[in-house]
Write a new protein. Structure first.
Length: 254
């Protein structure tokens, strides 16, 4: 609560310090290497102020930051925010703060320009590792997500749309995205996630070629009786469709 400045217990600490320590302990537990590796990889660098920013903030500080200082990419990421723990009253307060942050009016043209520029920087600084890197390749999964998130911000559609497919459906239902584009992007997202998951399970991030066992596993889950060249052709055609939609709805990623 706002009036509480110090923790209770044998070794009282300032409230901010207590929560920062709790957050560090939680991240350490998630990323600790067990017999089968870490439970989750958690990247805490993507937060306000980067590595120098606090890992835990008060709800008042969260509200103030998103009302005044949040970058477009942070607002895009916030469209997918979920409250994962806490009592009903606290959950309701955090959900209200997220909705309030997303409702802040911004210039639609500037939002579109920011999203296109961000995609351009990613293409330059974080290129795809190979043809099987379906997240980062041109027309890949990140462009499906950018389209959904950016249009949600521009048109103020975000309630219950944390999953990309839900955002696309909501945009189509509101007439902000054609149903054909929504269906194409939803199917593209499914294809990109399927390939990404199987490649990472079998060989990691993958390179130019897949070893036969990994290719066989991927073809089994991809379905449709495809062979590897046919799957590659399907992926290339899908990527071209996604890139075309990105340019039409967001802009050229330069």
């Amino acid at each position: 609560p706002p009036g509480v400045t110090e923790s209770t217990g044998r070794r009282p600490a300032p409230a901010s310090q207590w929560f920062i320590c709790a957050a560090h302990a939680y991240v350490a537990a998630l990323t600790a290497a067990g017999a089968e590796g870490p439970l989750y990889d958690v990247d805490m660098r993507l937060r306000p102020s980067g590595n120098k920013g606090p890992v835990a903030v008060s709800l008042a500080a969260f509200r103030q930051y998103h009302a005044q200082d949040a970058w477009t990419w942070e607002r895009m990421a916030l469209t997918r925010a979920r409250v994962v723990a806490g009592g009903p009253a606290m959950r309701a307060r955090v959900e209200a703060a997220i909705a309030e942050a997303l409702a802040v009016s911004r210039d639609p043209a500037a939002t579109l320009a920011d999203a296109a520029a961000m995609r351009g920087r990613l293409l330059r600084d974080l290129p795809a590792a190979g043809p099987w890197d379906t997240k980062l390749r041109p027309g890949g999964g990140i462009e499906v997500e950018f389209i959904a998130q950016t249009l949600q911000l521009v048109h103020g559609i975000h309630a219950g749309c944390q999953a990309t497919r839900d955002g696309l459906q909501a945009l189509a239902a509101d007439g902000r995205l054609s149903r054909a584009d929504a269906a194409m992007l939803t199917e593209a997202g499914r294809l990109w996630r399927t390939v990404q998951s199987m490649v990472r399970i079998t060989v990691g991030r993958g390179g130019a070629d897949l070893p036969p066992p990994a290719a066989e596993a991927l073809l089994r889950v991809a379905g449709g009786g495809l062979d590897l060249p046919a799957l590659r052709a399907t992926m290339d055609a899908t990527a071209a469709q996604v890139r075309s939609a990105f340019i039409r709805h967001i802009g050229v990623p330069e």
